[in-house]
Design a binder for this molecule. Structure first.
Ligand code: ARG
Ligand code: ASP
Length: 716
């Protein structure tokens, strides 16, 4: 009996532990720590986060605000993804030094390359400041007054809470405004490029393999943090020295196998895990399909041109990747939400919630929440849809319209802020035109315009269509605009921006593209955006109360705060999955798979000849296992955008992998985490070491690392 109880207890913990969650590192003691230990962790919560001694958090800085990185040597060597270092690598690349194509390795520290706009931020300490932020708020009457008081408290606290020089206080809200945490941070601004594999390794598989398992990408790059002589943050100087970290991650050479414990530590950007069912229905049925259809058309056009013309391919490669990334994500997300029955599950939870509200006698406070959600989501629907059509068509996918929209804003600035603001913005715009038109191809954009305007005119909510677009002949409109607008090339655009405000605005207003954008934008800004924002504010307010109610009524359950760009811990196990009936995915890939995908000369699947040679001779050194070279693996860690570059850490605190993506079927984890199909994708750290050592011959870097054998030590 007792045995059965223990078994059941363990079983419950085990299954619960697969439920996802992104946890605040300073609050792991208790339930999380217990769960992590039940999954095999051998560390304590204070090994992960501690303010009094060095801990894992001291090795995990935010990488330029959008990605995660980790310190892996006592000399400040930093590991992150290739796609996170991409901008820096591209900036240093030229025809003579094409680091994107050929890779780059600094064999001496003097060769490491400084980067102007690159910084990393460490967390020094995290503190709950909810009481201080909410001080004096409850007594206030309206929601607007309350929010103003909160903002005022936050800005006073930001400066009054003590911090050392070089540090910053940042206060962030958790649980939709129900909890506030202070982050004391330290930002280093001298971060140099140390090494990167060629794109044929670091971006292997490119868009075709993006969001997909099985994966074979060596998505990593290396940087180094430099500090002043006192080891303090400093802007770039040739006198700066490599930073000595409070902690760096030892690297395990023992590798992973299915069911091994994994912890992913990083800065997830944004999730919405507590939406009501009605909101998810709207995403599945209305918003995602529209955005997917728009991008699908735009991508198809670009792809057609890119395949025919190498110059266009270069112009559009990066833009294409950006648009394709979320296009593909939304498709996976929609399918995943359907497959996992997210709406039905939420509806069930909502019935249970309603019963709890009644049982707790809280009808007055929470009784109408769900009905209010239904009402407001119904009301926002046409506005949300119209907003997405406008953003995707005008601002994101049709380049002529997005550059023209900037001209439209210029006119708005003149109308609201006057001459000086106009001139400043005009000069700014003028200076950016070269960059924009360098990668602009009129023929590509004209086709995109034609396709997207057709969609806009026929599918976006009719009541918000500008009169001009009702029953429009899109072919004629396209011919007219691309035949007559001055904005289709650099010289024309430059000319339109020449002169004083009167001349510029008069000329702009005779331009066909400007006239169209003005009509569309006026309609959007007057009839859609204000109403959308008003209802959305109401929804945000409801969401805050809904969150408060859930926290209050489910005191014992695991409710994690939505991602908000702050440092989080997520944990799970190395695990395969079954994406479809009769298909099983194993959790690990090998170099054999790279060669299986190899297409000589292809821009996505080419393989460097040196890597092929290493594969043939099986020169894997200490990094291979049983004659095979591991490449990637997947796990049940709950991650999202921003977790790219996050360290995957073993039971004892050693680095085993580098997070860079999720599997396609599980990309709905931003909205609903289903443990059966949600997996994060990591590069095996042994592949990173193999590329550094055997492919690049960067022994200088390998010698800095602390390589360990935690599993072998176990056996002894
Ligand atoms: N899907 C990954 C993450 O969101 C990697 C993106 C970079 N790769 C690409 N092919 N666009 O954002
Ligand atoms: N690829 C993402 C990133 O860049 C990670 C993810 O969405 O899983 O942060």
């Amino acid at each position: 009996m007792k045995f059965l109880k223990i078994f059941l207890f363990l079983f419950i913990i085990q299954t619960q532990a697969q439920q996802g969650g992104m946890w605040i590192p300073s609050l792991l003691q208790g339930m999380n720590e217990k769960e992590m230990k039940s999954l095999g962790m051998k560390m304590s919560a204070s090994d992960i986060y501690d303010v009094n001694k060095s801990s894992l958090k001291d090795a995990v800085p935010h990488f330029n605000g959008g990605c995660t990185s980790e310190v892996i040597s006592p000399k400040g060597l930093l590991l992150t993804n290739h796609h996170c270092g991409f901008d820096a690598i591209q900036t240093h690349s030229s025809v003579e030094h094409d680091y994107l194509t050929n890779g780059f390795w600094a064999y001496k520290m003097e060769d490491e390359l400084p980067n102007e706009d690159l910084e990393v931020t460490f967390i020094v300490k995290i503190e709950d400041v909810t009481a201080k932020v909410l001080d004096g708020v409850a007594a206030l009457g309206t929601e607007v007054e309350k929010q103003n008081k909160i903002q005022e408290n936050i800005s006073i606290l930001g400066t009054s809470i003590p911090k050392e020089s070089g540090q910053e206080n940042k206060i962030k809200t958790f649980y939709e405004g129900n909890q506030y945490m202070l982050f004391v941070t330290e930002t280093f601004k001298d971060v140099r490029l140390v090494g990167t594999p060629p794109s044929s390794i670091g971006k292997f598989g490119s868009d075709t393999d993006n969001w997909v398992w099985p994966r074979h990408t060596g998505d990593f790059s290396l940087f180094r943090i430099y500090a002043d002589r006192n080891n303090r943050p400093a802007t770039y100087s040739k006198d700066n020295v490599p930073y000595t970290p409070k902690h760096f991650l030892p690297i395990s050479l023992d590798g992973v196998q299915e069911d091994d414990f994994t912890l992913v530590f990083g800065y997830p950007g944004k999730t919405t895990e507590y939406l009501p069912a009605v909101a998810i229905e709207q995403i599945i049925n209305e918003l995602n399909p529209a955005k997917i259809e728009i991008r699908e058309k735009a991508l198809k056009v670009a792809d057609g041109f890119m395949r025919k013309d190498n110059a266009v391919k270069i112009q559009y490669a990066s833009k294409y990747a950006g648009i394709a990334n979320y296009w593909k994500k939304w498709i996976g997300e929609t399918q995943g939400l359907k497959k996992s029955d997210a709406v039905a599950i939420k509806r069930k939870q909502e019935i249970a919630f309603q019963e709890k509200v009644i049982k707790a006698g809280k009808q007055a406070e929470y009784g109408t929440l769900l009905a209010d959600f239904e009402k407001n989501y119904a009301e926002i629907s046409p506005y949300a849809s119209s907003r997405d059509y406008f953003i995707e068509t005008v601002l994101r996918n049709t380049e002529l319209l997005s550059v023209t929209y900037k001209m439209y804003q210029l006119e708005q600035i003149y109308n609201t802020k006057g001459e000086q603001a106009f001139t400043d913005r005009k000069n700014n715009l003028s200076n950016g035109l070269g960059e924009f038109y360098k990668d602009f191809n009129k023929n590509v954009d004209e086709k995109v315009f034609e396709q997207l305007l057709e969609l806009y005119a026929t599918k976006s909510p009719k009541q918000f269509l500008p009169t001009h677009l009702i029953n429009i002949n899109v072919q004629n409109l396209t011919a007219e605009i691309y035949g007559q607008s001055k904005l289709i090339d650099y010289n024309g655009a430059k000319e339109l921006l020449t002169g004083d405000s009167k001349t510029v605005l008069a000329n702009l207003n005779t331009d066909k593209a400007f006239q169209l954008v003005k009509e569309m934008a006026d309609k959007y800004l007057k009839e859609v955006a204000p109403k959308y924002e008003k209802i959305n504010l109401k929804i945000t307010d409801l969401q805050r109360t809904y969150m408060k109610a859930q926290l209050e009524l489910n005191k014992n359950s695991r409710i994690f705060p939505d991602a908000n760009g702050t440092l989080r811990v997520t944990y799970g196990k190395v695990k395969g999955y079954e994406p479809k009936d009769a298909i099983t995915y194993k959790p690990m890939t090998y170099l054999d798979g790279v060669l299986e995908k190899y297409i000589p000369g292809d821009y996505e699947f080419d393989v460097p000849s040196k890597l092929i040679d290493l594969y043939r001779t099986k020169e894997y050194g200490p990094y291979g296992k049983n004659g095979k070279m591991p490449v990637c693996f997947i796990g049940t860690n709950h991650t999202t955008g921003g977790n790219s570059g996050s360290p995957a850490i073993d039971a004892k605190g050693n680095l085993i992998g580098l997070n860079f993506d999720r599997v396609w079927e599980g990309t709905m984890s931003d909205i609903y985490y289903d443990p059966s199909i949600c997996r994060n994708v990591m590069v095996d750290i042994r592949y990173v070491l193999f590329i550094m050592d055997k492919y690049a011959g960067a022994k200088n870097l390998i010698n800095e690392l602390k390589l360990v054998h935690p599993k072998e030590t176990n056996k002894k």
